[in-house]
Design a protein around this ligand. Structure first.
Ligand SMILES: Cc1ncc(COP(=O)(O)O)c(C=O)c1O
Length: 356
């Protein structure tokens, strides 16, 4: 059966990336060795790291005032590593509370300084992105989650503020061109738009580091990773390799402009279908809809279960909503073909015809 992968992460990767990764497990670049067997300090792997870093800088159009790190621990580690490196005791950083992941980041920041919530959408179950809010000028930074994977909202325009901006882009990195220089730090777990689970990318403006008094454990200090070229200790070699292949794939497809075009095609098709079928109820404000994760529901829970069964029968995986939110969710990352979106739209249309 042809599968349609709507998983929210780990999620669909380009077929050719999977094929190249599979080949490299047996024979990496005709070395006669597996990518899993080579040392991380060999020229072979350093080339992989260098290429991945160069592509990120090229896609983001960043100069040498930024560095690109490939670190362990997933995006969740960044929730604490950022304030540990940037926020001294008694200092304040601004946070937007727009979803489950942002809320976790706030909790961690409060361990190191004060996380001031300057905008929240908690009053309506995080179903929108707050627009009019101010950020006190003395905040060290403003942290946002650019795309709320669980709730299905996305920042289409970033807050206009003089306070330096930090973004968790775990679920929408590299799906559109942006002025990446408006951020002092960007981070993302790789397992959605960038590769395999096990590595996260941290893009950091170097001159923001080294400004706090707190001693930082060596492995948590961004400066040590910059100095060591992401080779401070054994990095997640295979996950970095898959990211490099996915980054290469993005470039080959036409870069971020092409990724945005495809994202919009998928989103237009899906949301137009959703809006035309009264059985299916969208969960978030129209203007804040995510191009990556669509959240919706069917009021009658028995029918919702029946729809999930129909998805399963048609090879569609990952359609059940997040465990604390319920409902349905369709994730449409870079590697998802438009034909998969068409397939689920056809199924929904047929389901409405039979049950509406
Ligand atoms: C927006 C966002 N931030 C952070 C995380 C946590 O990432 P990780 O599991 O890599 O720590 C996720 C996971 O889905 C996410 O979607």
């Amino acid at each position: 059966m042809q599968m349609h992968n709507f998983n929210s992460g780990p999620s669909i990767l380009p077929k050719e990336v999977l094929e190249q990764a599979a080949t490299a497990i047996h024979d990496f670049n005709n070395t006669g060795l597996s990518i899993l067997e080579i040392g991380h300090r060999t020229a072979w792997f350093v080339d992989v790291l260098d290429e991945a870093r160069a592509i990120v800088k090229h896609l983001m159009q960043l100069d040498d005032s930024y560095d690109v790190l490939f670190l362990h621990g997933g995006a969740t580690t960044q929730f604490m590593q950022i304030p540990m490196n940037l926020l001294d005791d008694g200092e304040t950083a601004a946070y937007c509370d727009n979803g489950i992941w942002g809320a976790k980041a706030i909790k961690e920041a409060n361990l190191f300084g004060k996380a001031l919530v300057v905008a929240s959408s908690k009053d309506r179950k995080h179903s929108y992105i707050p627009k009019d809010f101010t950020v006190p000028a003395d905040c060290k930074y403003l942290h946002i989650t650019s795309n709320n994977t669980v709730e299905g909202t996305q920042w289409h325009e970033f807050p206009a503020t003089d306070v330096p901006l930090i973004a968790d882009m775990s679920s929408d990195i590299f799906h559109r061109p942006l002025n990446f220089k408006q951020f002092i730090l960007i981070y993302a777990g790789a397992q959605k738009n960038m590769g395999a689970a096990g590595v996260n990318i941290v893009v950091v403006k170097k001159d923001i580091l080294g400004k706090i008094k707190r001693p930082i454990p060596a492995i948590m200090d961004y400066r040590n990773h910059i100095e060591a070229n992401s080779l401070l200790n054994t990095p997640p070699v295979f996950a970095i390799y898959v990211s490099m292949l996915t980054l290469r794939w993005i470039v080959k497809q036409g870069g971020l402009a092409e990724m945005e075009k495809r994202s919009r095609q998928r989103a237009d098709l899906f949301y137009n279908t959703l809006d035309a079928l009264p059985l299916f109820k969208p969960m978030v404000a129209k203007e804040d809809r995510s191009l990556m994760n669509v959240t919706f529901s069917i009021e009658d829970k028995q029918l919702e279960d029946a729809f999930l069964e129909a998805c399963k029968a048609n090879g569609m995986v990952g359609v059940k909503g997040y465990r604390t939110v319920g409902g349905l969710r369709v994730s449409m990352y870079n590697a998802l073909p438009l034909s998969s979106v068409q397939a689920i739209c056809d199924l929904m249309t047929e389901f409405q015809r039979k049950n509406g």
